[in-house]
Design a protein around this ligand. Structure first.
Ligand SMILES: O=P(O)(O)OC[C@H]1O[C@](O)(CO)[C@@H](O)[C@@H]1O
Ligand SMILES: [Mn+2]
Length: 441
């Protein structure tokens, strides 16, 4: 097999990676600094002078970080004592070795995936160094705001789900499949709502998606919904005869509306017995602005429960019930906030890999997960997904993402080129999506 292509990187001037590093990442840092500023009084009320001192130090660390980025300085080792610190520093060593002769790894020269992940880990470092504000999530406010701004869309999907559950037992196989496809697409388009692409600006779902699914259908560039359905249906048929389990793992992406669509899909899988267990995987630290942490996950369930809307609160109750019963399980693992592509998981996080091997199918939500699945490289559009996965096969898997980075594999010959002639931004504007499956283990 030919060697894997080069990584996307800021060194390719004019690429989306280049503009992200040049424009969007500094904007995100500026927003974090502003957020800390705005919370000064709160820190004072909570912790007195110590809180204000900590805020000042964190801001000065972050301003320095922004300057390092904008002047393309070399990446420096992390200087905190979290469990993942040595792994990050080893990864920097590795980047130094591979960039042999091309100078030090730096913001614009190194792989985009590495530098973007590194920025979020350094933001975390800024806070970790500064107790008593070390548990402050600088993106929390934006995540909460986006949740409330999507309120109407959330009500619409929760209501749809609750109506559907009333007679789910009476649905025949075809009707069940039709509903499954609908909720998969809702979860796909829910991925448009991340806050990193908009540099933290409002990007919430304002309208109900359910009425628009048909209009959006032609924007699904790879549609492997049938494969996913067959896998789950066959597994269900075996389950009823043998009392065995069908375990679906969801590697979560953004909090807010997207998370609701993922939970709605999970509820459907559990209630229809297409899955006997659903395992969710979230992030251990604030990540790519809107990614779901355990705190966001629990906050979301509590919000739903106390909502002044019957079907929203019903969803919240049922979902907490599923977690209590153990049919739903929430996990986090530091691997999800490391810079490694997933083909290194077996080596870097063998415990997580072994956990995922127990799955019947793993659903990877979102764009960043797609970049990590495929190594964030300059693949030809027609390269098979299986090849781009580069031996990452813990279990059958499916990526559900809207396109927000210049990477896409598994297209038909000419498909990518044709899109490029009609719409230059097709890979980055989040208008297109994929539901891309890989069965082979
Ligand atoms: O939330 P998602 O779907 O992973 O999207 C995040 C995407 O936004 C970006 O920050 C845009 O640069 C990408 O790095 C990343 O792929
Ligand atoms: Mn995200």
């Amino acid at each position: 097999m030919a060697a894997a292509p080069v990584s996307l990187s800021g060194r390719f001037k004019g690429s989306f990676a280049y503009f992200t590093i040049k424009d969007r990442l500094p904007q995100i840092l500026t927003r974090v600094i502003d957020t800390l500023h705005r919370h000064k009084n709160e820190f004072f009320e909570k912790h007195g002078e110590k809180g204000v001192e900590a805020e000042k130090r964190a801001i000065s660390f972050l301003s320095k970080l922004r300057n390092e980025l904008q002047t393309d300085k070399p990446m420096i080792p992390l200087n905190d004592e979290l469990p993942d610190t040595p792994i990050w520093n080893q990864y920097l060593e590795y980047q130094r070795n591979v960039s042999n002769g091309n100078g030090q790894p730096s913001w614009f020269q190194s792989p985009w995936l590495y530098v973007e992940c590194y920025m979020y880990r350094r933001i975390h470092e800024a806070l970790i160094h500064n107790p008593p504000i070390d548990d402050f999530d600088p993106f929390m406010e934006a995540k909460i705001q986006s949740f409330f701004e999507s309120q109407q869309a959330i009500i619409a999907v929760c209501t749809y789900l609750q109506e559907l559950l009333k007679n789910i037992e009476d649905l025949n196989e075809n009707q069940l499949k039709e509903e499954f496809f609908k909720l998969l697409q809702v979860s796909l388009w829910g991925n448009r709502c991340d806050l990193s692409i908009s540099a933290g600006e409002d990007n919430s779902q304002k309208s109900s998606l359910l009425q628009s699914l048909n209009d959006f259908k032609s924007f699904i560039l790879v549609d492997d919904m049938e494969n996913l359905w067959s896998l789950l249906l066959n597994s269900k048929k075996r389950t009823t005869t043998k009392e065995s389990i069908t375990r679906v793992d969801m590697i979560l992406d953004n909090a807010g509306f997207e998370l609701i669509t993922d939970l709605v899909l999970a509820n459907f899988l559990s209630s229809s017995k297409l899955a006997t267990e659903v395992h969710f995987h979230g992030k251990c630290i604030p990540w790519f602005v809107s990614d779901t942490t355990k705190h966001d996950f629990n906050w979301t369930l509590k919000q739903l429960q106390s909502a002044n809307h019957m079907w929203m609160s019903r969803c919240g109750m049922n979902w907490e019930g599923n977690l209590k019963k153990g049919v739903w399980v929430y996990h986090d693992h530091m691997f999800w906030t490391l810079p490694h592509e997933f083909s290194s998981m077996a080596q870097v996080a063998p415990d997580l890999y072994a956990e995922l091997q127990k799955s019947s199918v793993i659903i990877f939500k979102g764009d960043l997960n797609y970049r990590k699945l495929t190594g964030d490289r300059k693949w030809e559009f027609t390269v098979p997904f299986h090849q781009a996965l580069n031996k990452f096969h813990p279990a059958p898997l499916c990526s559900i993402r809207t396109l927000k980075a210049e990477i896409q594999v598994g297209l038909k010959p000419g498909q990518g080129e044709q899109l490029a002639t009609s719409e230059s931004e097709w890979m980055i504007n989040g208008k297109y999506g994929i539901i891309q499956f890989d069965a082979s283990v």
